[in-house]
Design a protein around this ligand. Sequence first.
Ligand code: NAD
Length: 293
Amino acid sequence: MTLEQAKEAARQNVNNRIKTEGRLSGKIAIVTGSAQGFGLGIAREMYKNGASVVIADLPAQREAAEGVAAELGERAVFIPVDVSDEASVKNLVCDTVERFGGLDIMVSNAGVAKAGSVCDMDLKTFEFIAKINYTGYFLCAKYAAEIMLAEFEADKTRYSDIIQINSKSGIIGSKNNSGYSGSKFGGIGLTQSLALELAPYQIKVNSICPGNFYDGPMWSDPEKGLFVQYLKAGKVPGAVTVEDVKKFYLAKQPMNTRGCFPADVAKAIFYCVEQEFETGQAIPVTGGQVMLA
Ligand SMILES: NC(=O)c1ccc[n+]([C@@H]2O[C@H](COP(=O)([O-])OP(=O)(O)OC[C@H]3O[C@@H](n4cnc5c(N)ncnc54)[C@H](O)[C@@H]3O)[C@@H](O)[C@H]2O)c1
């Protein structure tokens, strides 16, 4: 299906939705990077609350992603994507419309973190992070907007949502982590600007800024996880083990008995979707670690 065909199909099907139980009943959602980690947990919560969910992840994650789609049920499907590749994102959006008839919520969650001091970080790594976290979000927002604008033309009462899973490092700097933090700050700029541009069409654009999900692979992977990366980068003074790094990070949060869970992030997603009078926000979910003025 071409983009023009997808837009036409989305117009035709604007009120043709599967009605279910739950806060997202009838919504069609894409969650990028949902084969594991936050994305997986978010996809589970959204499905449980009635949404039809596209598990969108790299082709290399096919086995895991198909397993997630099978676990969720008939309103879930895996569609491969590389969010840093324009043709691939366009294809994801068109395939979603072909499969479900439209698009109501784009969750741009896929992201990568590579820590390192400014002198140690080479340009290739810096650009790799930016291409996924920043450019990838732009591409997901761009092609989601194409469909959502067409849907709004067909039904001017409808609202839709573009939601970026950002980070607390998108609202405060992160030492020895400038590539990641910079890419996330850029995402907030996109969110605010796209929110202004798309508000007349009732397309809300928000970023959710989670705190650390210590139990997920991004932190706990024994080879590539942030605990190991931060230990090697000397980010935590005096730390000699991964446990030292973990203790240091838990102590940073006023609510310090645990890190952030996908279910905490999902509550912020429900807020964005249910809200009809807010857009362009960066919503922290950090256990009090980051407080807005
Ligand atoms: N883990 C945390 O503590 C934490 C905290 C704040 C924000 N975040 C953000 O949450 C999001 C998810 O993080 P996570 O911890 O679940 O990470 P993760 O590494 O566990 O999972 C990321 C997923 O994204 C996929 N992915 C990577 N590159 C991709 C690409 N080019 N195209 C499509 N998919 C791609 C991976 O295959 C993987 O399934 C990221 O945007 C991250 O910056 C994470």
